[in-house]
Design a binder for this molecule. Structure first.
Ligand SMILES: [Zn+2]
Length: 259
């Protein structure tokens, strides 16, 4: 019996998703500061990953689920980071990535940047119609469709956003696929944060997190595949994901059959 996929995995994933926020491990440095970019820490939340770029003006990539606000604030404190002049940069507006964005903005004073195509999802405080890519995803769909506090982005991104004002020599680029306004954050051409463009491992990344898979839901599957190919062609080596990961170039090429 294969435990890493199928409906059983979905059920096990559901039990993992119900872990309380206090179960979050401490933030972990996944990238040290060097000439190509600043230090980055991973904030592993019960249902998804958030990342903190420790630049001159810090950038929080993704804001977890509605109940993850306290865990993210605790991680900021542990890292000695004040987000006041920083940015809450959302890869997309789904409830497990933008769920605590409104609360975090209210408490920290940071601005929210989001792909303009996802502004309707944020305004509704509810996911758009999720399009499952497998039977497992059909099961999961019923659980991830929770409501969250609606918000409007301070910085709606229609094409790309230069991150140099925050001390990052990279950019956020709109790459619709998973959602209409999904973003990829490029620290540089080699290191990219792709949200739910793909998922790492199974059961929320608890099993084989460095093995990339098609994500459970894709609004536009073909466009998303084209985006993966374009990042590979652009020289991407490390993909940081919303669930599980990171995954490397060779694994992505193999899984998505890119030649
Ligand atoms: Zn998503």
């Amino acid at each position: 019996m294969n435990l890493s996929n199928g409906p059983l995995a979905a059920l096990l994933a559901l039990s993992l998703l119900s872990l309380p926020a206090c179960a979050s491990p401490p933030p972990k440095t996944i990238r040290s500061a060097d000439a190509a970019g600043p230090e980055v820490v991973q904030i592993k939340l019960p249902m998804s990953n958030a990342y903190l770029i420790k630049s001159a003006k810090p950038v929080l990539i993704d804001a977890g689920s509605p109940k993850d606000g306290p865990a993210i604030l605790a991680a900021l404190k542990a890292e000695n980071v004040d987000l006041k002049d920083g940015l809450i940069l959302l890869t997309h507006a789904h409830g497990d990535h933008g769920g605590a964005a409104a609360e975090l903005r209210r408490i920290t004073g940071a601005r929210i940047a989001l792909g303009a195509g996802d502004a309707p999802i944020a305004a509704a405080g509810k996911n758009d119609e999720l399009r499952p890519t497998s039977f497992e995803a059909e099961v999961l769909k019923r659980v991830v469709d929770f409501k969250f506090e609606p918000f409007s982005p301070d910085i709606p991104i229609t094409n790309s956003l230069d991150l140099s004002p925050w001390g990052v020599a990279g950019k956020a680029v709109v790459m619709p696929g998973h959602t209409p306004g999904s973003l990829v954050i490029k620290l540089n051409d080699r290191e990219v944060f792709v949200g739910d463009m793909m998922r790492g491992g199974s059961m929320g990344g608890a099993v084989n997190p460095t093995q990339p898979h098609e994500h459970y839901f894709q609004a536009d599957l073909e466009r998303n595949r084209a985006n993966i190919r374009s990042l590979i062609e652009g020289g991407a080596e490390v993909f940081y994901l919303g669930h599980g990961g990171p995954v490397d170039r060779a694994a992505v090429i193999k899984e998505f059959k890119i030649r």
